[in-house]
Write a protein that binds this ligand. Sequence first.
Ligand code: C2E
Ligand code: MG
Ligand code: MG
Ligand code: MG
Length: 279
Amino acid sequence: LSKMGGRNRYQFYIASIDQQLRQRRQMETDLDNALANRELYLLYQPQIELGSNKVVGVEVLLRWQRRSGDLVSPETFIPLAEQTGAIVKIGEWVLEQTCEQLRDWLDIGWRDFRIAVNLSAVQLHHEGLESAIKRIMIAHRIPPGALELEITETSLMQDVETARKKLLALRKLGVAIAIDDFGTGHSSLAYLKRLPLDKIKIDRSFIQDMQTSNDDATIVRTIIQLSHSLQLKVLAEGVETRETEQLLVRLGCDEGQGYLYSKPVTAEALMDKYGRFGD
Ligand code: C2E
Ligand code: MG
Ligand code: MG
Ligand code: MG
């Protein structure tokens, strides 16, 4: 009997793997068609200057709502799009949409803020990236310094020498560079110093446990000091409470982003909430 049970379990296991593969393949196909089917859209989350409370940036976050109505998390579909290569086309669409939106905001008089787009390692290493960005920036008359690219620490450290050359070329186009999810990868100081960066974003895992964990508070303090000694701005991700904000102000952190200020929202909702920036 136990043997039978075991065998059944085994068959059940195979069946579920098969089903998972099928679902995955279906999702890959659907993702390939998501752009054409208009299932992708962008949300925006403000980045706040601590102390003045001014909106100094907006991060663009991609969403995929399938025709079934299900929202798929970017944590699920971005890695999939990276594996299939679909991220190159999708990422270009994100940049195009972002710059179109940025142009609208510049036209209505929003000033002195940056719009930040996440860039995956696959995009960074794709040879068409620079020319695509250049084309998009010219088409929408994007001023230097208005567009920022967020690249995770992990993807920058995969191949530092190539990353350095790419970043230098992007900087020449007037693009600012932020290192995302900082603290979760393995940067060496020597590498950090050699990369042309503008901002360090401290991963939210450290920010969220700062109140309760002395270790995390120490890590945050150290990253802030490190950033400033490298002449970089530093932003804390995942700020959810006033207490966290106050601690960050005391530690000298420049900027914050998180649910305390706003969840990612549509462009319309962001405009309703803030009216205009730069005031
Ligand atoms: P990320 O770039 O580190 O983005 C921050 C994530 O934290 C976002 O999740 C945001 O919604 C979430 N978040 C912001 N504030 C808070 C907070 O106070 N508390 C908590 N718990 N979470 C907060 P989201 O939108 O699900 O995006 C997840 C990741 O997917 C992003 O992490 C980024 O790595 C990736 N991603 C999103 N859009 C794009 C894109 O257009 N291109 C690429 N390559 N990756 C993207
Ligand atoms: Mg980001
Ligand atoms: Mg991040
Ligand atoms: Mg992240």
